[in-house]
Structure formats: C-alpha cells, structure tokens
Design a protein around this ligand. Sequence first.
Ligand code: RM4
Ligand code: MN
Ligand code: MN
Length: 407
Amino acid sequence: MRDYRTEYDILAARLAEAGIDIEAVKARLKAQQIETPSWGYADGGTRFGTYQQAGAAITAEEKIADAAQVHKYTGIAPGVAVHVAWDFPEGFDPALIDYASSLGVHIGAINPTCFQDPEGMMGTIANPDARIRQKAVDHMLESVEIGRQCNSAYLSLWFADGTNYPGQDDLIARRGRVADCLKTVHDAMPETMTMLVEYKPFEPAFYHTDIADWGMAYLFCMKCGERAKVLIDLGHHLQATNIEHIVATLLDEGMLGGFHFNNARYADDDLATGSVNPYQDFLIFDQLVIAESKANAAPIAYMIDQSFNVKPKIPGMIQSCINIQRTYARALLVDRKRLAAAQAECDIIGAEETLKDAYHADVEPLLVVVREEMGLAPDPLAAYLASGYGEKIAKERGVRQSGGGLG
Ligand code: RM4
Ligand code: MN
Ligand code: MN
C-alpha cells in the first residue's frame, strides 16, 4: 500500500519550491468537468458490423443512468451529451431532464443527427435539393428547441456532407449552401447557446468533405456570428497533424469552443482517450492550461466522443475520464517560469525537459487527495468494478439487438 499522504506532502513541497501552489492546482482539478456521450453507452461497431454487449444501453434513460455511474465514481463527469435521433427517436420527453438530475447529472451538448436520413445521401446542408437542406435545418431547429428546454449551452454540429467523386457537385455552391443553413440555425439559438462546428477530413465522403478541417470550420463560424466556435475532435485529423498547434491557434483567436476527446491510431477510431498517444494529450492540455490562466479565458466544452466496440463501456468511460484528469493534472504541474526562461534563452534541451518533467510526474498522490476532498473513492475504476452495477445491468438488460448508437 502506498502512503499517498506522505507522497502528497513531498509533492506539495517540491511544487512550492517552483512557485506552484498545490491548493490552486487542486481547485482547478475539482472544477474540471468532462461531458460523456450517450452513444458511448450503447452498442457500436464499424461499417462491417455492430457488436452486442450484455447490458449495453438502448433507451435515453439507460444511457443517462450509465453516465451517472461514471460521474458517481469520477466526480468530474456531470454532463451527458445527447444525439437527438439516436436518443429521442420518438421525440424528446422533458421528463428526462428531471430524471437526469435525480441521478446527479444533466443533459449537456445537443447533437443533431444530420447523417442518418436516407435522403441525405448526397448531403444534408450542402445538398443541391433545397427541400432536403430545409429538412436538415428543421432537425437542427428542433434540436435547438430541445436544448432550450434542457438549458443546454451547446448545439454541437457534425455533418457527413461531402462528395465521393471529382465533379460530383460544385464545391463552391456547396459552401454557400452550408453557410446559409448554419447561419439560419445560429440566429435561431437562444443567447445562452453556442454552436460548435466540428470538422473531419474524410469518411464517409472520400473525395471531399464540406467541412474538412479547422480552417474551413473557422470560416463558417465567422460567417455565422459571435456564438459559433470550432470543435476539435482528436480523431478527425490526418496522420501526423500537429493537433496542439491547431489548439494553440484557435485558443489565441478565441475560436476554440469545444473538444471531443478520444484517441486515434489510423483515423476516426474513437478509441479511449490516452490509450494510444498520451503524450499528445499532454501537449494539448499544456496549451489549454496556458489559455485557461489568462484573464477572460473563454469557456471550452470538454466532451468525450468515444464508442466502444469490444471494450466494456462504463469502465472504458471511467478510464477515459481518469486519463483526461491525470493529463490535466500533469499539465498544471509544468514549471512555467523555468519553461519561459529556457525558451527565452533558446535552450531547447531545458525547455523540452521542463515539459517532460511534468509529463513524467507521478500525480496519483495528488489525485487521491483531490478525490478524498471531493468525497470520492481513491480509485474510481476499482470502486465501480466492485459495485456490481455492470453485472446488474448485464442481467437485467441482457444482450439486445438494436443500436441506440451506431446501430
Ligand atoms: C462523428 C463525429 C461526431 C459524432 C459522430 C457519432 O464522426 O465525431 O462528433 O457525433 O461521429
Ligand atoms: Mn466527434
Ligand atoms: Mn468522430
């Protein structure tokens, strides 16, 4: 058994020497909030098939109940992002709002589901057919209405729109259609709502995607107005893209609205955050911490966008939340003065070592103390696994056909 208290005291003393106040670090860790996705609790798969897990959620109630378990043990996941067509196939029932709050969570970002309408095969908001565009806009307006009822701060948009062959459609005309539709939705949102515009380079469209990268998303946001911001999904980049550079740029422009955490090895794999490249996550959080420390830092929605094919879903989500928390903790420990001094002297080794020191820091004693002070078990994953919830839902719900996520 580790003596976390003593280790914590040693860490606190070491940080104090570097001028880092551990109480301030703890306060920021306690304030961290990560939204988990309803679709991460449902069965998912790839285009080659969907796997069924015993206990996987189908209804919105089940997804919210599962998300509440993640919050119960981690203490940092009170929001549940919803996908309108997947979660409310028969329309939104406002009773869900109270149901969520009775479990200690709330409905967060509203994700219109603009990619499953068979009529959207040639596009939704970029479709040459005005009637089909209007259908997508109407779905988004209904989503705004749901968000209004839930008091949700975010309308989170992703579109599968694109073409598969050169010449299939007029690229510029499509831009105009996308801009018009987004602007209509933007202007219909209540003042308290922000529109997040997500980009993705390919899939399902393989020749061109209408909102393919952060620059295109940014330009559409500019056309929409004040309350449109870019959303970065970690899985939506071509290989070797320097994502932290994009993060820094958007933060500097005040245009970063939100994050979809996951991890990708090949493309949009939706693997658990931190499972493949934790150092990249650290470098991203390093930029976020810098921005957060500035006066008037704009709010950023931290969301997970993962779907588990074969990994058990609730423990997978807890693991991801902890990975994100740990990464944030490490980024908070970067010795900023030492880093700035090294950078000013063009001391590459010193600068890199400063980052690496924080990255390699053992933050478990810090996290254990934070959890203790939040009234949580020191090891959320172990506490969840010991609770019997997974076995209980596997027995009660069983293995069921039907997605509720990527079905
Ligand atoms: C997309 C994108 C969206 C998510 C869907 C499920 O690739 O990441 O954010 O809503 O997947
Ligand atoms: Mn996403
Ligand atoms: Mn994705």
